[in-house]
Design a protein around this ligand. Structure first.
Ligand SMILES: [Cu+2]
Length: 349
């Protein structure tokens, strides 16, 4: 027999089923796809996007009891995005949520950045030190999350105008407080994006690890939406000086679509050549100049990284003999012939 409390909790379950993720970002009129956590994890080759991957396929959240764990950095099981978008310091970035943010999920909207000190695509997320560029809570009338919904389900955040150029992760977050009156009832929804900031600024604010942002009993985490008068302390570290943080929102219009830039360049990286080595050799399988190639007698793969062209302008067996950008010999040593493996690599086999 169902009692009232159980019915209430079932109703509650259906109300909280809709959560969300950022499905796209607009930067200076260019729209970039985010990481679709509801479909990409099931795809063999999801597209390269600027949004970090995560494992919250339920569109769910990070609970306060995990605020001290790596899940709070960029959501559950997050890994760096495999591309980035360029943004001028001082530009505004519009983050669009999908599906429509639930009305019940009121709370603050907070944005942080962290320098990657190298490509963000390979950054160790535990090393990121975050500074807060935006933290909107309740302005006496409106919750930031309500302003987000009213703003076409999107949030506009300004990249600091004096920020030093370089690679950064932008961490955008809604904290839903509908359950915040109870311990472990708040819900954090962090979303991360790789940005290459351009400009001539020199400011690199100090930051802190995301695992130190919040504790379950912070006044802005353990908080009842129904407090009167409502004075809400936005949790986490202080805003950096000069930060532009406002509940007054406006949206951005996309006039074109951009794709994520892979680390190190504007062009897609050619696939790595597949070099086929003999893996176990007890006698030399290739005829080459002595001393340049080591032929192993163990089962370990040979540690061969460079094939030197054989004398006379012919390539030794297993060496490269063609491909885009290749300038070495194209003739193969006796007993082998040049085989095109892909547009970037041909090999003497
Ligand atoms: Cu929810």
């Amino acid at each position: 027999m169902l009692n009232k409390a159980l019915l209430a909790s079932l109703a509650g379950a259906s109300l909280v089923a809709a959560h969300g993720h950022v499905d796209y970002v607009i930067i200076d009129g260019v729209k970039y796809q985010g990481y679709d956590v509801t479909s990409f994890p099931y795809q063999a080759n999801p597209p390269r996007v600027i949004g970090w991957s995560a494992t919250n396929t339920d569109n769910g959240f990070v609970s306060p009891d995990a605020f001290g764990t790596p899940d709070i950095i960029c959501h559950r099981g997050a890994k760096p995005a495999q591309g980035h978008a360029s943004v001028k310091a001082g530009s505004k970035v519009n983050l669009h949520w999908n599906p429509v943010w639930p009305e019940s999920h009121q709370g603050p909207v907070i944005d942080y950045m962290a320098a990657c000190n190298g490509p963000c695509e390979t950054v160790d997320k535990s090393q990121l030190k975050w500074f807060k560029i935006d933290g909107a809570g309740h302005d006496g009338t409106t919750w930031a999350a309500d302003a987000l919904v009213a703003n076409g389900n999107s949030w506009l955040v300004q990249i600091p105008a004096d920020l030093k150029p370089g690679n950064y992760v932008l961490r955008h977050e809604i904290i839903a407080l509908h359950g915040g009156a109870n311990i472990n009832g708040a819900q954090s929804y962090p979303q991360c994006f790789n940005l290459e900031v351009t400009g001539s600024g020199s400011n690199l604010p100090a930051g802190v690890p995301a695992t130190s942002f919040y504790t379950p009993t912070d006044p802005g985490i353990l908080f009842s939406l129904y407090t009167t008068p409502l004075r809400y302390p936005v949790p986490g570290p202080a805003l950096i000086p000069g930060a532009v943080s406002s509940i007054q929102q406006s949206s951005s219009v996309a006039t074109s679509t951009g794709t994520a830039t892979p680390p190190g360049g504007a062009q897609p990286t050619p696939p790595m050549p597949t070099v086929i080595f003999p893996t176990t050799t007890t006698t030399p399988a290739v005829t080459v100049r002595p001393t340049t190639l080591q032929t192993t007698t163990t089962a370990a793969p040979p540690q061969i990284t460079t094939f030197l062209p054989a004398p006379g302008g012919t390539q030794s067996k297993w060496g490269q003999c063609g491909g885009s950008g290749y300038t070495g010999p194209t003739a193969c040593a006796a007993g082998s012939s040049c085989s095109v493996l892909n547009p970037y690599y041909a090999q003497c086999v």
